[in-house]
Each structure stands twice: as C-alpha cells, then as structure tokens.
Design a protein around this ligand. Structure first.
Ligand SMILES: [Fe+2]
Length: 565
C-alpha cells in the first residue's frame, strides 16, 4: 500500500510510505530555501514520488492531508473543489457582476509548467484533524502498540491548542481537547515575539536564554497569558486577543498584540528573567497536565508531538520528574508541523493495516548525491579538491587540529536537526570554540548552546540518567566530571541536547567520532546544522559549496571529496 502524506501550511512537507516503510520525508523549505515555507509542497511531492519510483501519481493508493479542510492552493493542485461558506458564495456572486467569471475567486487552475495532479480519483483523498495527525506521528513511530497516553500541544491547529489521546492497538481515541482557552504554545510564542524573535521560529532562542535569567525575580508576571492546569484539570483559562499573521520571507508567521505587554515587562525585569519565567510557566503547565493524566488513568507510557515538544528542556523536566510514574517517554523527533506529512501518511496507512510497533531508527529521508554527481558540480566550478578514501579519519584529524569542518554525506535529514549528514562540526574540547563557530560561521546569538553527537556506546560516560535518544529531542544533564572536558557543548545549566550515534545507522559518522575519540580521548563532537543563521539546512552540494565559501568553515567534505581553504 502506497500513501502520500501532505502538509501545506507553516513548515509545508510531503512524505511517502510504502508497505509501512517511510521511503521519503522532506520539508519544502529545503527546496524553496525560505525557512518555514508554507508553499504547497510541490517540490517535496515531486521528490517523494521520484524516490518511491512512482511515475504516475495514480499509482499512489491514498493521499492523506494534515487539515480538516485544505488551503486553497492545495485544492488547486489536486483539482479539488473548495467548499465556500454561504457568506463567501454571496460575495463571489456580487463580485462576478463587476469582474466577470475570470475574477480568480472561483476554483483555480495550476500553471501548465507544473505536473498535472488533477486526474486523481476523489476516493483517494482523505482530510484529517490536525492534532490527530500530530498524535499519529508520535503513536505510529513508537516501538510497541500497547496502551499509552498521547499529548499533542502546539500553537493551534484546526482550532485545537492542546489534546490528550489514548493510543492502543491500531486506535487513537480522543480523551480531551482544548481550544484557545489552553493556548500554552501561543503564550510561549507571545513571549518570544516580545523578545523580538519570530513567533513560530524563535522559541528555541527563548528556551536557550532562560537559564541565564532568574524567574523568582518576576514570578507570576506572565500568568495572564498562560492557562493553569492543576493535575488533569484546566483551572484557569488563557485569555488572548486576536492572532494576526504576517509573511516573513515567504512563510506565514503568527503574532499577537499581547507581545507589547511582554516588551514592557522585559524593560522592567530583563530579557533573561522573562525568558526564564516563560520556561517555568510552560514546564509547570505541561507537567501538571501530563502527570495529572498519568495519575488519573494509571497509564505510565506517554508519547508526545506538536511544536511545543521541540522544547528539549521541557522534555527533560518530564523525564526528571518521572519517579515511578513513567515507563516510556517517546517524542516524535520532528514534532512540529513539518512532521505532519509523515503523521498523515502513517494515520491513513494504519487505518488499513495492523500496527505492531515501529522501528524509527533514522531520519535520513531526504535527497542524496553520488560521488559522480558531486565531482561534476566541483569540476564545473573549477574548484580545487581531492578524493579521500577514508573521509571519517581525515575529518577527525582536522577536528583534532581544531578546524571547523562541514560534513555533507548521504541523505539529508528530515526534521529540524542536523544528525551528521548535513552538519558543521568542531571539537567540543575548548570553551572558546562556541564563540569561534559563532563568529566565523553561524553568526548567531552568543548565548545559544551548541549540541554534541556522541557514540551510543559512550552515552553513560557523558550523560546522567539518560535513555536511548538518537534525534536531539531532549536534553540530559552532563556528568559533573565531564563538564570541563567538553565545555563547548555544555549549556550554562549543565545540560546537553545530545545525538547518540549508532554504528549501524550512520557508520560513516560513527567512525568519524570514534577516530576523534582515539586522537583526543573524547568520543563526542560539536554538531550544528549546515547552514548560516536564518537559512534552512543545506540540501544539495551547490548550497554546501556556497555556504563553505561564504563563511569561515575551514574544510568541506562532500561525499569522498575534500575542499580546504
Ligand atoms: Fe501543529
């Protein structure tokens, strides 16, 4: 069975599943180069079909969408009729009398230079609830099919902000949903906007800034924006005004008037302390909600999705508070809206097939390039390069010499994290490397931490109270005796957001870290995404070359080829 999942909206994406295996999953921003692109993901769809070797889209059995009703552009692509409200119909009729039928408000057609996807049988399309799709991304990527609670928390999707589900066998059943009265994500986004970062983009910065502040200095000042959960009950609703949206470089971002109030509070209490208070309120709310439901139902297995679950500090706090109440904590590693394409595809697939658990061992689901293709690109550009038999060993040597190394190998990662295929690497041994990589390559705020990749086998040497996590979706405390050994990747609060690297999953990257360990004694490297601030992660070799020469990176490995400055 072949299912194509499509999300058109903030972080548009497409994914394809054949007989239960994710063949491809890619976000439109990687092709359009507009971060968070909300274009109809035509390039992503094209890539998915090509990777699945499908020449005719009619060979796809089902096309599963991430909303209850589609954005207009998506309907245009598939020749689907849009349902108008009574009010809209009246407006169209009036407008037609002035402008005639060619007004453009009637159902649209796509320009001829795009593939024609309009001849697909209507019975192949399925619309789904946004939060159910988030829930599916988490539930159908966990290892087992036994009973669990699923929490989906984001800004808002199909009007829902927070939902709790019961997963068991093939079924995902809604237990409780909240609309804007429990807008935990919006509240955190409003603080992010108040800090002058983009809502729906800069929340990770708010989280990174928080440990530098002191929430006790301004405890309660953000209460009016957040809801309050006591156990599983909502005891105080969030009261927010209208949301507005605005296009930032071709992608839609929301914003709120309340950000002005936050701005005033920042003037009074400092940026750091307001960020700390926002983080405290977020953690307090979600922890009350999660443990409230665990105690109410007695279910100790919990899974999560929705953009809020990108907050790795929140995820760690849930884990650290578990006592004997949590037996499984699974977070879908692409929990924001870019993970909805996979969610929609899995949801539809498991409506027709038995779910026995899923082995999510990697996220290398995007485009890849052969050595032949790479060399052709290098030659055309008249660049000096050399072929390296063992790039892992050579890269490790350069890292041990404290060089900044760009590492482009295999298939691009899906989701927001570079996991050793489109990464910029550096030694974590020197504290100043964090500033070096910021000053020469990333050009981003100095307070933001860099994260490490470490050998799976060495996880207990570096991390306290950790579990197996391969996708940088939670933080853990660094062992006290290791904090000074790898200062460039330890955040000010003593945590890291690590990627544990498995030899079977990514042998080339595992080998690189292992070789670095042999040279330095530390089996861990600094890993940041291959891009500069504000850009999507690099997709193809041309972008890699451009980024290499437009930054202070010392060496670039593309496949087996090495370029040095
Ligand atoms: Fe969402």
């Amino acid at each position: 069975m072949i299912v194509l999942g499509i999300h058109a909206g903030h972080d548009s994406s497409a994914a394809i599943i054949i007989d239960g295996k994710i063949i491809a999953d890619v976000q439109e921003e990687r092709f359009s180069r507009n971060k968070h692109s909300n274009n109809v993901p035509l390039k992503s769809i094209e890539y998915c079909l090509k990777k699945a070797k499908i020449c005719n889209i009619n060979d796809v059995n089902k096309i599963s969408f991430s909303w209850k009703s589609n954005p207009k552009g998506l309907n245009t692509v598939f020749g689907l009729k849009r349902k108008y409200s009574k009010k809209e119909e009246i407006a169209i009729e009036i407008a037609k009398t002035f402008f005639g039928k060619s007004l453009g408000m009637s159902n649209q057609k796509l320009p001829i230079y795009y593939p024609d996807y309009t001849k697909i049988g209507n019975n192949k399309f399925i619309n789904n609830n946004h939060h159910l799709v988030h829930a599916a991304s988490a539930y159908y990527t966990r290892k087992s099919n036994d009973k669990c609670l699923i929490f989906t928390i984001d800004g808002a999707g199909d009007n829902i902000c927070t939902a709790i589900w019961l997963g068991e066998g093939n079924e995902i059943k809604l237990l409780k949903k909240y609309y804007k009265e429990a807008a935990i994500g919006w509240a955190y986004g409003i603080v992010t906007e108040g800090l002058h970062w983009i809502h729906g983009d800069g929340e990770g910065k708010t989280m990174g800034l928080a440990p530098y502040g002191d929430s006790t200095k301004c405890k309660g000042v953000l209460d009016k924006f957040f809801p309050i959960f006591k156990d599983d009950k909502l005891v105080k609703e969030s009261k927010l005004g209208d949301s507005f949206y605005w296009s930032e470089n071709g992608s839609t971002q929301f914003h709120f008037d309340e950000a002005k109030e936050v701005e005033k509070l920042i003037g009074k209490y400092s940026r750091e302390s307001i960020a700390a208070e926002a983080q405290r309120k977020l953690e307090e709310n979600v922890i009350n909600l999660v443990f409230g439901w665990i105690k109410k139902t007695g279910i100790k297995k919990v899974v999560f999705a929705g953009g809020i679950m990108l907050n790795v500090k929140l995820n760690q706090r849930i884990w650290n508070n578990r006592e004997n109440l949590i037996e499984e904590q699974h977070i879908y590693p692409n929990p924001g809206d870019s993970g909805l394409a996979v969610g929609a595809a899995l949801l539809e697939y498991y409506r027709h097939n038995k779910f026995n658990g899923f082995n999510l061992d990697n996220l290398y689901l995007g485009p890849e390039y052969t050595n032949e293709e790479i060399e052709k690109i290098l030659k055309i550009r008249k660049l000096n390069y050399q072929f390296i038999d063992n790039p892992s060993k050579k890269a490790a040597k350069l890292l041990a010499e404290n060089k900044i190394v760009a590492w482009f190998q295999g298939r691009m990662e899906s989701g927001p994290r570079a996991l050793g295929n489109r990464s910029i690497l550096m030694s974590p041994l020197k504290a100043e490397n964090k500033d070096t990589i910021n000053a020469w390559v990333k050009f981003r705020e100095g307070f933001r931490p860099f994260c490490p990749s470490l050998l799976y086998e060495k996880r207990n040497d570096y991390l306290d109270d950790c579990r197996d996590e391969f996708f940088m979706i939670t933080s853990f405390d660094v062992k006290k005796n290791k904090r000074n050994a790898i200062p460039a990747v330890v955040h000010v609060d003593g945590t890291v957001r690590p990627q544990m690297v498995n030899k079977e999953t990514n042998p080339l990257y595992w080998e690189l870290i292992n070789e670095f360990g042999k040279l330095t004694g530390e089996y861990i490297v600094l890993n940041t995404s291959f891009n500069v601030m504000g850009e999507p992660i690099i997709n193809n070799p041309k972008e890699a070359i451009r980024c290499f020469y437009d930054s202070g990176i010392d060496a670039l490995f593309v496949g087996n080829y090495l370029l040095e400055k």
